[in-house]
Design a protein around this ligand. Sequence first.
Ligand code: FUL
Length: 482
Amino acid sequence: MKNIFIPCIVCLFIVCHFSCSRVAQPEAVLPVPSERQLAWHELEQYAFIHFTTNTFTGREWGYGDESPSVFNPSSFDAEQWVKTISDAGLKALILTCKHHDGFCLWQSRYTEHSVKNSPFMEGKGDVVRAVSDACKKYGLKFGVYLSPWDRNHAGYATSEYVDYYRNQLRELLTGYGEISEIWFDGANGGDGFYGGAREIRKIDNKTYYDWKNTWSLVRELAPNVVMFSDAGPDVRWCGNERGYIGDPNWCTITNDTLRPGQPCIEKLLNHGTEGGTSWVPAEVDVSIRPGWFYHEAEDSLVRSPENLFKIYLQSVGRGAALLLNIPPDKRGLLHENDVRSLMEWKKMRDMAFSVNIAEHAEITANTWRGKSKIYAPSNVNDSNKETYWATDDGILGSLYINFGKVQKVNYVVIQEYIKLGQRVKSFSIDVWKNNDWQPAADLTTIGYKRIVPVEQVETDKIRISIKDVRGNCALISNVEIY
Ligand code: FUL
């Protein structure tokens, strides 16, 4: 008996080993994100800084005839901005190096309309340098906004300006270290100063900027930078400036026929397109104040921490990134009211997401791919973003999270393994109560991350059921419960 037993165990081991490694990896659902997009997804939330002559004139869109002499912050401190932003848990900062009025915050070789002719540091200052250095010091990524529309430049609407624009891109992308994102604004209003012409200049948005070649130049100069515009190519606009992405939110669109500044595409951008041909995830840009630039009259209108938290759930919580604008004031500092709100918002996030009760829970599933360890349900709480739970092709499964005792639950966080594409079209969450499963949420997409508020439920078990997918099965890499 003893003699047969040992060979049997060996056989079992061999059979199991071979059957596990024979389980085919799920096929990718195309398109999938690039490396640079994957790194961008992980930032989740970051800051926008709108700062220029508008800060001092009170305008939102400068006409382009503002004298550089108005740009004169009394106590400029880039480190105060960056430290505050970092303390608020934001991971990067995008600076308006040049807004529509054309005033440049750096010492550009190609124009006199810049800090070089302002009283700021006697014309020797460079806001881009100061902010990028502070970002390096505090470990934040640094991104640049360079408005394609320029109401100051005499050559705007001719090819001379497109060269000028590209020269400035070159200065910004090569002179300030690693740039994480570049923001191409789609706004083009028409009238402006234009070197004194003071007229309306219309451009053909389809052809004028020759985006294809501008994008190639960016790729050549800074291969890791992600490019934002209404339609990508790397990151898309969310279709509104009110702080929410749609539900569903697909990371894919078909952008061959889309372009920055194209009218009437807001709804499309807000939801993305299921089955779209390119991976172009959404960024939700919204300001902490009614305006993008600082205006004293708006000091009492700073968004509350509760409102920021709601925006967070409607953006990051639906698989998009949040780009929160915090405009420095005339002193060149983030205003006390904004700082207070930011810090309270951070506290709210820390409290809401402090103890992950899924971390030590028992996680099972009604099915998993080939019964292989590689695709086991326990992969969703192993703190390894490279492992995931998957089912066999054509099978929809459920995950069961058992806490072992009744717990208060407020949020369920779920992440797909997006390296192999975005798949989940619909899913539901049930909680165990009164000896039965009670529905808690019935939703659409997951994507990079979904945060589902479940209104203070008390339960010892949660079920997450995948109801519909693109491709052959869902791949869930992470579940957290708070
Ligand atoms: C818009 C611009 O016109 C606003 O001034 C602001 O910069 C916002 C982020 O984008 O299109």
